[in-house]
Ligand binder design. Structure first.
Ligand SMILES: Nc1ncnc2c1ncn2[C@@H]1O[C@H](COP(=O)(O)OP(=O)(O)OP(=O)(O)O)[C@@H](O)[C@H]1O
Ligand SMILES: [Mg+2]
Length: 317
């Protein structure tokens, strides 16, 4: 990572850094060299550690009983510069929370239909404050695919999670450390209750509250949550209320044909005629896109008709 990379800091962190600089200016030269302690500048050590990782603050002295810090030269110099727009940018030697550059036109281009949902998600991604979106509905209607497309477009600024495979202790540390801009939660209905509770303050105020070794850590970040679920009936109403909910319903016959054709050609590499034939054989028999994907794969060996017999018709009898 190059030295000239810039780092975004939140308004709150920026104000804190400014306050620290003012405090440093009031210190005697000798104690300035030694550095200050966390309580002198009124900053949580977790926040200071984050600054150290970002190259904004350095540890100037460390013993068993105390740690002293000072601002890096670069931070001091760059604190003077105010940039246009809301975000303050400091140059520093850091791993960066890079502002995502979405190719909004290309995003979701491999998804058939859902124009309203695509517009809602694209617009939400460009807002200054988040609108969280929850996709729900029956299997195989593209919910996870939407999350995957956002993940691919957002790159390292997104953290994908699976509700059923998430342990809550690790989750909040991960979010606090990585400070993602987007949290993508598939199977959100399977998230542990404690994590659902944590989401409430994260989604409403951008706050993460953790307790660590008896200390309470309270951090802020601007985060968008996009989630998917098959059923939302068991989600707590206060969590549901924080999402814009979007119901994706089972495909009708016309939609099924269009989606199957596109998925088989673009995802499975079939030719258009083959894809068309499979779509026509399955329409009316299945609503599940995954049936078509299985038939597409098997048809390469046994032909379309036999593949349908083996995979779909046999089940009907
Ligand atoms: N409208 C669509 N456009 C493109 N691909 C689609 C569309 N609908 C479904 N698919 C494809 O169907 C398959 C299943 O979709 P996906 O995994 O997103 O379903 P899901 O809604 O998350 O289902 P589940 O509830 O079972 O997890 C994927 O390969 C996906 O790409
Ligand atoms: Mg899914």
């Amino acid at each position: 990572m190059s030295e000239s990379r810039m780092v975004d800091v939140s308004q709150e962190d920026y104000e804190l850094l400014k306050k620290i600089k003012e405090y440093e200016n009031t210190m005697e030269e000798e104690s300035q060299r030694l550095g200050w302690r966390w309580h002198e500048v009124g900053a949580y050590t977790a926040t200071l550690n984050k600054f150290v990782v970002k190259g904004l603050v350095e540890v100037s002295y460390k013993s068993r009983s105390e740690t002293r810090y000072k601002l890096t030269d670069k931070t001091k110099a760059l604190l003077e510069v105010e940039l246009p727009g809301g975000t303050k940018v400091l140059g520093a030697r850091v791993e960066v929370e890079e502002a995502p550059k979405f190719n909004l036109a290309e995003m979701f281009s491999d998804i058939v239909g859902y124009d309203d949902l695509k517009e809602l998600l694209r617009e939400s991604l460009q807002l200054e404050k988040p609108i969280h979106v929850l996709l729900h509905g029956p299997p195989s209607i593209c919910k996870s695919k939407f999350l995957l497309d956002i993940e691919q477009a957002a790159g390292p600024t997104a953290i994908p999670l699976l509700g059923s495979a998430t342990s809550h202790m690790g989750l909040w540390d991960l979010i606090a450390e990585r400070r993602p801009r987007y949290l993508l939660i598939d199977e959100v209905e399977k998230l542990a209750l404690a994590d659902m509770a944590g989401l409430l303050s994260l989604m409403e105020q951008g706050r993460i509250i953790r307790t660590k070794v008896g200390r309470k850590l309270d951090e802020k970040l601007n985060i968008w949550v996009f989630a998917a679920a098959n059923r939302i009936t068991k989600l707590p109403p206060e969590l549901l209320s924080r999402f814009a909910k979007f119901y994706l319903k089972e495909y009708n016959a016309t939609e099924y044909v269009t989606v199957v054709e596109s998925v088989l050609v673009h995802q499975e590499g079939l030719d258009e005629d083959g894809a068309h034939e499979i779509a026509l054989r399955l329409v009316g028999r299945s609503h599940d896109i995954r049936d078509a994907i299985r038939v597409g794969r098997l048809s390469v060996r046994v032909g379309t008709r036999r593949a349908v017999e083996l995979l779909v018709r046999s089940r009907e009898e």
